[in-house]
Design a protein around this ligand. Structure first.
Ligand code: ZN
Length: 310
C-alpha cells in the first residue's frame, strides 16, 4: 500500500494573490489566484493522484473504485476538502447552508462546515465571524437595509489562530490572510454582501434570500480550545473534532512515527521540510494516508495539518 500524493487544483478569484506561488512554490494560473484545492474529489476541482500506482487517477474515481483505501467510509462521495486560501483582498461576507438545507435547495449537495488554521496574516488584520443582530427579525432588517457596520462582527486574527465555522455562521476572510481550510466537500456559498465590488464590470451575484434563510440569529460563538501535547519527536495540537472531521497539527522536530488508524487521513505540510517513509516532503506537499497503511515515519523539521472524517 502506498501514500496517495495529490496534484492540487487552483482557482482564480478577484480577491486572490500570488502567495500560493511565493510561499508554496506552486505554478499558479495568474497573479490573482485565490485557492489551492489540495485534497479534493469535488466535481468543481477534482485532484489527480501524483505518482505511484494510481498516478493520474482522479481522487473521485479512486473513492468509487477502491473504497478499501478509505476504510469503506460510508457515503457516495469523498467527504472532505482541504484548501489553502490566499486572500490578498477581502472575501465576500458569506454563509453556508447545513446538509438539510443544501439537500433540498442545492440539488442534493452536502452542506458546508469548515474550519480555518491561520498560516499567516498581516499585522492588525481582522476577520468576520458572526453578527450583532439579536434575533432573526433584526438580522433580516439589517441585511435588507444594508446596515453592514452595525451588523458585522469582526475579531482580530493572528498567525496560528484556529476557527471553526458552522453552517449558518456569517463569516469572511479579510485581505492579508493566508489560511488552510478543512471543510466538508461542498462548494455552496451564499454571498450576503460583496462590498459593491465589480468583477468583469458587474457586481458578483448575491444570495440574500438564501442567506436570510440560513444565518443563525442570534450568533452563537463556537469556541475551540486547542491543546498542545508533547509526544516523541513532535508536539501534537488537537484543533477540533466535530460531526464531520477531526483536525490536528503536528510540529515535528526529528523523528516522529504515527499510525493514523481511523479510516483515512489527509496530510498537508504547512511549513518546513523532511520526509515520510523515505519520501521527500516540502512545504505545500499534500497526501492521503490510506486506511490500514500502518506506520508513517516522519523525519525532519516541519509542521503538518492532518484531518480525518469522524
Ligand atoms: Zn466559507
Amino acid at each position: 500500500m502506498e501514500l496517495l500524493f495529490m496534484e492540487p487544483v487552483f482557482k482564480e478569484a478577484i480577491w486572490g494573490g500570488t502567495k500560493l506561488r511565493d510561499v508554496f512554490g506552486y505554478e499558479i494560473p495568474s497573479d490573482t489566484t485565490g485557492e489551492c484545492w489540495a485534497v479534493s474529489a469535488h466535481k468543481n476541482g477534482d485532484c489527480r493522484i501524483d505518482g505511484g500506482k494510481y498516478d493520474g487517477t482522479l481522487l473521485s474515481s479512486l473513492w468509487k473504485e477502491k473504497p478499501e483505501l478509505f476504510g469503506n467510509y460510508p457515503g457516495d462521495q469523498f467527504p472532505l476538502l482541504v484548501k489553502i486560501i490566499d486572500a490578498k483582498n477581502d472575501l465576500s461576507i458569506q454563509v453556508h447552508p447545513d446538509d438539510a438545507y443544501a439537500k433540498i435547495h442545492e440539488n442534493g449537495s452536502l452542506g458546508k462546515t469548515e474550519c480555518w488554521y491561520v498560516l499567516d496574516c498581516e499585522p492588525d488584520t481582522d476577520i468576520v465571524i458572526g453578527h450583532h443582530a439579536k434575533d432573526h427579525e433584526e438580522m433580516e432588517s439589517m441585511i435588507r437595509e444594508q446596515r453592514w457596520s452595525e451588523f458585522i462582527r469582526k475579531v482580530p486574527v493572528k498567525k496560528g489562530d484556529f476557527f471553526q465555522i458552522n453552517p449558518g455562521c456569517l463569516h469572511a476572510i479579510k485581505g492579508g490572510t493566508l489560511i488552510l481550510e478543512t471543510q466538508q466537500s461542498s462548494d455552496i456559498t451564499y454571498r450576503v454582501y460583496d462590498y459593491d465590488r465589480l468583477s468583469d464590470g458587474k457586481p458578483r451575484q448575491l444570495h440574500v434570500e438564501q442567506s436570510i434563510d440560513t444565518i443563525v440569529a442570534p450568533f452563537e460563538e463556537t469556541v475551540t480550545k486547542p491543546v498542545a501535547v508533547k509526544v516523541s519527536g513532535a508536539v501534537q495540537t488537537h484543533l477540533v473534532t466535530c460531526e464531520y472531521y477531526s483536525v490536528d497539527k503536528f510540529d515535528i522536530d526529528g523523528v516522529f512515527s504515527k499510525d493514523f488508524k481511523k479510516y483515512f487521513t489527509n496530510v498537508s505540510v504547512i511549513a518546513g521540510k523532511g520526509s515520510v517513509n523515505g519520501i521527500a516532503l516540502e512545504t505545500g506537499s499534500h497526501f492521503i494516508v490510506p486506511a490500514g497503511f500502518g506506520e508513517c515515519r516522519f523525519e525532519g523539521r516541519m509542521s503538518l495539518i492532518c484531518s480525518n472524517p469522524e
